[in-house]
Design a protein around this ligand. Structure first.
Ligand SMILES: [Zn+2]
Length: 436
């Protein structure tokens, strides 16, 4: 099986990603062992094509600025949706990072806010430098108050984008040293998730994710801990993941942990199919039996595998800006979203780590529209799909799906009676608003 949801710690625009949970240096995310087979991909160690559409902080991808029937960011805010792939520290925005750095009296971390500090050209090789940068950002989440602040802000930011249900992912072992162990670390997050749900009006559930960089026995411990808090609602653990470097370990090593989680009613949501290709997706699915796969986008390299996943009702958590920022695809229009949609895949778009990728959830929908050719009906279907494959109670899903249907009808009617909408690029805006 594969990996699971990983909290990458990344360097912007460069290439590497690691989990929130990891403290040890990761190896490069792409390895010569299994070069990407998709013609539009490039290795992390290979500079992306000299194309102006490649993401950069100083030169955001030039998404289509105007187009008939293109939805504006405001339209996307009104689209009800679920956010199912968001890592804990990676969810931070720059303002909150600055606030936490100040509280922690961490001048070094505060320097990350300065222009350019988190920016590294995608052509620069330097995994360890990036790793250090990410660790620097994470170290401001070093108190109970800081952990609560992360949850609060993630809920607020998602509520502001029309999210009805957030399933935020965390490896509590990364924060345990600051609060006295993994039990209080998880309970703090669950407690705050419930409070944030009450404050924002959205559901905030938690996915506990083990790390591929740690011993599989530790994953079993986490699975047992997660099982004690299993549930579908806010402040409960709704799934079990596996994150970090997809090249670390054989997926079968985590089979026991996922079996423990399933026995407690916790569905699996391991990462796979971003850093590695379709063969690895197959390994992840075979060993871990996930309900959703974190990313899984490179399953598109094997259409027969995609058909099998669709038939097995394994959903995909697709994170386009993550894929581009990590160098998996050279640009957004190379992300094979349409191939998955054509195969009937259930897809939930996700931001992954907006702190490092400079784009939150609605930027993914905007990119799907502007760069991946999704029409209004497909955007509505993506939102509906995200709700269907969430682990929310069925009654809530039904209500939100009705809201999506209403939105679709209203938008279609509007598009037929109104002049073309001038759309702004959410991706670009997200970058600008975050002071990148
Ligand atoms: Zn992830």
């Amino acid at each position: 099986m594969g990996e699971v949801a990983i909290p990458p710690k990344i360097q912007l625009r460069s290439v590497v990603k690691t989990s929130n949970a990891i403290l040890t240096p990761d190896k490069p995310t792409t390895s010569p062992k299994e070069p990407p087979r998709h013609t539009t991909m490039h290795n992390h160690n290979t500079p992306p094509p000299d194309d102006s559409t490649t993401f950069t902080r100083t030169q955001p991808h030039p998404a289509v600025k105007t187009s008939k029937n293109m939805l504006s960011p405001d339209n996307l805010i009104t689209l009800p949706k679920a956010h199912l792939h968001l890592h804990f520290t990676g969810s931070l925005d720059l303002a909150t990072l600055a606030e936490l750095a100040q509280s922690a009296h961490d001048k070094a971390a505060a320097e990350l806010i300065n222009d350019g500090a988190l920016t590294v050209p995608a052509t620069v090789k330097g995994w360890f430098r990036f790793q250090r940068t990410y660790d620097l950002a994470r170290r401001v989440v070093c108190t109970e108050a800081a952990m609560r602040r992360v949850v609060q802000q993630a809920a607020r930011n998602d509520a502001a984008e029309g999210v009805r249900r957030l399933e935020i992912q965390i490896d509590p072992t990364s924060y345990a040293p600051h609060v006295g162990g993994i039990i209080p670390a998880l309970e703090i997050v669950l407690d705050e998730a419930k409070a944030a749900a009450h404050a924002t009006g959205i559901q905030v559930a938690v996915i506990v994710a083990a790390s591929r960089m740690r011993h599989p026995m530790e994953a079993r411990t986490l699975a047992r801990l997660a099982s004690k808090y299993a549930g579908q609602g806010s402040g409960e653990v709704c799934g079990f993941g596996l994150s970090n470097d997809e090249w670390a370990g054989a997926s079968a090593e985590w089979e026991g942990a996922f079996r423990i989680a399933r026995a407690a009613g916790l569905p699996g949501v391991p990462h796979g199919g971003e850093l590695r290709g379709a063969d690895h997706v197959r390994q992840v699915v075979t060993a871990l039996h996930p309900r959703r796969i974190g990313h899984g986008i490179r399953a598109a390299e094997d259409p027969r595998l995609v058909d099998e996943l669709v038939a097995s009702q394994v959903a995909f958590e697709v994170c386009p800006t993550s894929n581009v920022q990590l160098g998996i695809y050279p640009r957004l229009n190379a992300v094979p979203l349409q191939a998955l949609l054509s195969a009937g895949a259930q897809i939930a778009l996700g931001a992954d780590d907006p702190l490092l990728f400079h784009a939150r959830l609605n930027a993914q929908y905007q990119a799907a529209q502007q760069d991946m050719g999704c029409n209004l009906a497909q955007l509505a279907e993506l939102a509906a799909s995200s709700i269907r494959v969430s682990f929310a109670p069925d009654s809530d899903k039904a209500r939100w799906l009705s809201e999506v249907a209403f939105w679709r009808t209203a938008q279609l009617a509007s598009s037929q009676s109104s002049p073309p909408v001038i759309a702004r690029s959410v991706s670009d805006e997200a970058i600008q608003k975050s002071n990148y």
